[in-house]
Design a protein around this ligand. Structure first.
Ligand SMILES: Cc1cc2nc3c(=O)[nH]c(=O)nc-3n(C[C@H](O)[C@H](O)[C@H](O)COP(=O)(O)O)c2cc1C
Length: 174
């Protein structure tokens, strides 16, 4: 597959089998995150890899509905960043998550971005605080998202160039 085919094939996968993710694939996904571009090369992100079933279930309480994914996946990468180290930590985290999401798909591992920042738990606490508390993440770390991972039960169809929103492209002027 060339790079564009890989990018077009990437989809959010929300249904997983119970099969564990092979260690070398999980490592390659994490390396893709660590290799991401970051402003001034500050690399403010931290990745907390969670495979413990009980902790994944506990984390699923961080958001109503959407976080059910955590009860089904076999691993999750919690992405947070030292907000004192980089003013653009949000963008830095987005860059790392995107690379891990793409790498996972390219390796046949299903993944989905679960938003943490600006979201709330059912009890009114911020999703960020719930995740921070579960994992012992200090307050200075901005909480971005969780990438859920698992071997896919099914995979949505790849996109084709024809379905891309070409009207979003503006040439020379808006
Ligand atoms: C910033 C961002 C936040 C997202 N948050 C969630 C989420 O909380 N839960 C979820 O199931 N999917 C989430 N997604 C995945 C999107 O729903 C998904 O990318 C979109 O519907 C397009 O589908 P595709 O990824 O299969 O192309 C998020 C994606 C992004 C980029």
């Amino acid at each position: 597959m060339n790079m564009l085919d890989t990018i077009l094939a990437r989809r959010s996968v929300r249904q997983y089998t119970a099969q564990p993710i092979p260690e070398e694939k999980l490592n390659a996904i994490l390396y893709a995150g660590l290799a991401a571009a970051s402003s001034k090369n500050r690399r403010p992100w931290e990745f907390v890899v969670v495979r413990d079933r009980a902790m994944l279930d506990k984390l699923s309480e961080c958001r109503p509905g959407a976080a059910n994914l955590l009860g089904k996946c076999s691993a999750a990468v919690v992405v947070c960043a030292d907000a004192e180290l980089a003013d653009v930590w949000v963008e830095d985290c987005a860059s790392a998550i995107t690379q891990m999401h793409l790498m996972a798909d390219a390796l046949g591992v299903g993944s989905c971005w679960l938003q943490v920042r600006l979201r709330q738990a059912a009890d009114g606490r911020s999703t960020a605080d719930v995740v921070r508390q579960c994992l012992g993440i200090p307050a200075k770390y901005g909480m971005m998202a969780i990438l859920t991972l698992g071997m896919p039960e099914s995979h949505p169809a790849p996109r084709t160039v024809d379905e891309l929103p070409m009207a979003k492209l503006h040439w020379e002027r808006f």
